[in-house]
Write a protein that binds this ligand. Structure first.
Ligand SMILES: Cc1ncc(COP(=O)(O)O)c(C=O)c1O
Length: 442
């Protein structure tokens, strides 16, 4: 019996022993094409020689130095790199070890900012249903994933949740995307008014919703209206780019494609591409300044923040993406993937929607394409898809509860940026074979 407290206690997991480009290889020698980067993490694949060397080199020189005693070169250089490329106004970076920690830091920075500004009454958060911001308690409370929240509800701080921007299901017949976005903006405004504009601290959203909805971008103009509303009421905009950021959608920050800059942005996953655990919260200059000129320190911190080896890995990852112009590949491979998915599944009786941006794509599975009826959740279709795909040598990221935390299934694809065209065919072929098996036995 394994002494590991595994994610699922009744499941047998193959042992991953090595990686080769976009493939993971298990102890039996089986190869899995990683079409989801684990959870949108492994954007450089699993064997990038330059990153591996950078990690080796850093461990050999200085593995770690606690940040209450020292700064370190990789952390300083990575902050310079990110700020030089970040949306306007983001001027400093708080490094952590993953996405949930990045979200926690953003929430606490927002709160401390208002304390420094002598606006202690600002305490409410607004986020969106069908979002995921992490599993630590603050991040979990912020997320709108009903299934993940349910049993921990008594431990969660109160957060208001407004509608996500989910055009496939919620844009009304005859409603333009712009009018739909406006309707959502009005809903946000109404919630701010209900709570009292002076008591709201921040609005939190994923620019492209990842795990919970399956690669759903917003409609044009939505985030601009959100930004205007936040500005009008002095509310901070926190964009969670943990999954959709770091090039996944074709631009380093997903917010670039919305034409907005957040006050705080969270990143992780693709930042270190899995070579080291790392996340970060990017902080706007007014927030940094308020704290610098106020108490002078952020009342927060973890042992491993600014870990030198993690920062060196992330710097090597981000330099590789830039030097090899991989964001152009994300755009062209993403188009190629979308076209192949549409060609293969566009008329599939159980695929209702194929969506996303760059190498971040989602397929929503429905029992009836006409009226978009989801499958009965008791069938756990998403689990069958994941299992069957693994049997066929494909890693994808299916999830249930797409509509409301309970009903609906989707498959998320987030492959590495280093794919060749032939890998796109392999993804689509293996996914097709997976769906054939799953629906044949369903
Ligand atoms: C948008 C978003 N935010 C936060 C998180 C939490 O990140 P982590 O699992 O690294 O704590 C995730 C993870 O899937 C995510 O997708």
């Amino acid at each position: 019996m394994s002494h590991v407290f595994h994610r699922h206690l009744h499941q047998h997991y193959p042992t991953a022993v090595s990686g080769e480009g976009p493939y993971l290889i298990d102890a039996e020698g089986r190869r899995y094409l990683d079409a989801c980067g684990g959870a949108a993490v492994s954007c450089l694949g699993h064997s990038d020689a330059g990153v591996i060397e950078a990690v080796r080199e850093q461990v050999g020189r200085l593995a770690y130095a606690h940040t209450s005693f020292f700064t370190n070169e990789p952390m300083e250089s990575l902050a310079d790199f990110l700020v030089a490329r970040a949306p306007e106004g983001l001027s400093s970076v708080y490094f952590v070890s993953g996405g949930s920690e990045a979200v926690e830091a953003a929430l606490k920075l927002a709160r401390q900012y208002f304390i420094e500004r002598d606006e202690p009454q600002r305490q409410y958060l607004i986020a969106r249903r069908q979002s995921y911001h992490g599993n630590t308690l603050g991040a979990l409370a912020t997320g709108g994933n009903a299934w993940r929240r349910q049993q921990f509800e008594p431990l969660l701080v109160q957060v208001s949740h407004v509608s996500p921007c989910y055009a496939y299901r919620d844009q009304a017949p005859g409603e333009t995307p712009e009018a739909y976005g406006e309707r959502l903006a009005e809903e946000l405004e109404a919630e701010i008014q209900r709570l009292g504009p002076q008591s709201v601290m921040a609005f939190v959203a994923e620019p492209v919703v990842g795990a919970t909805l399956g690669a759903v971008p917003s409609v044009p103009g939505y985030f601009r209206r959100v930004r205007e509303i936040c500005d009008r009421h002095g509310i901070l905009l926190i964009l969670d780019e943990v999954m959709c950021g770091m090039g996944r959608t074709g631009s380093l920050f997903a917010a670039e494609q919305e034409g907005v800059a957040p006050d705080l942005a969270t990143i992780a996953k693709g930042l270190g591409a899995g070579y080291q655990p790392i996340g970060a919260t990017l902080v706007s200059e007014p927030i940094r300044r308020a704290i610098a000129e106020g108490s002078g320190f952020f009342q927060h911190g973890h042992t491993y923040i600014g870990h030198a080896t993690a920062c060196a890995a992330a710097l090597a990852v981000q330099r590789a993406i830039e030097e090899r112009d991989l964001l152009s590949c994300v755009a062209s491979l993403g188009e190629g993937l979308q076209q192949r998915l549409e060609a293969r599944f566009g008329e599939h009786p159980y695929v209702g929607d194929i969506r996303g941006r760059g190498l971040f794509r989602g397929l929503e599975l429905v029992a009836d394409r006409g009226d978009k009826t989801p499958f009965d959740p008791s069938r756990k279709l998403h689990a069958a898809v994941k299992r069957t795909a693994m049997d066929k040598g494909l890693m994808c990221y299916p999830m249930g509860g797409t509509l409301d935390g309970r009903r609906g299934d989707h498959i998320l694809l987030a492959p590495p940026f280093i794919l060749e065209e032939s890998h796109l065919d392999e993804i689509v072929d293996k996914l097709d074979a997976t769906l054939n098996t799953v629906f044949h036995h369903a």
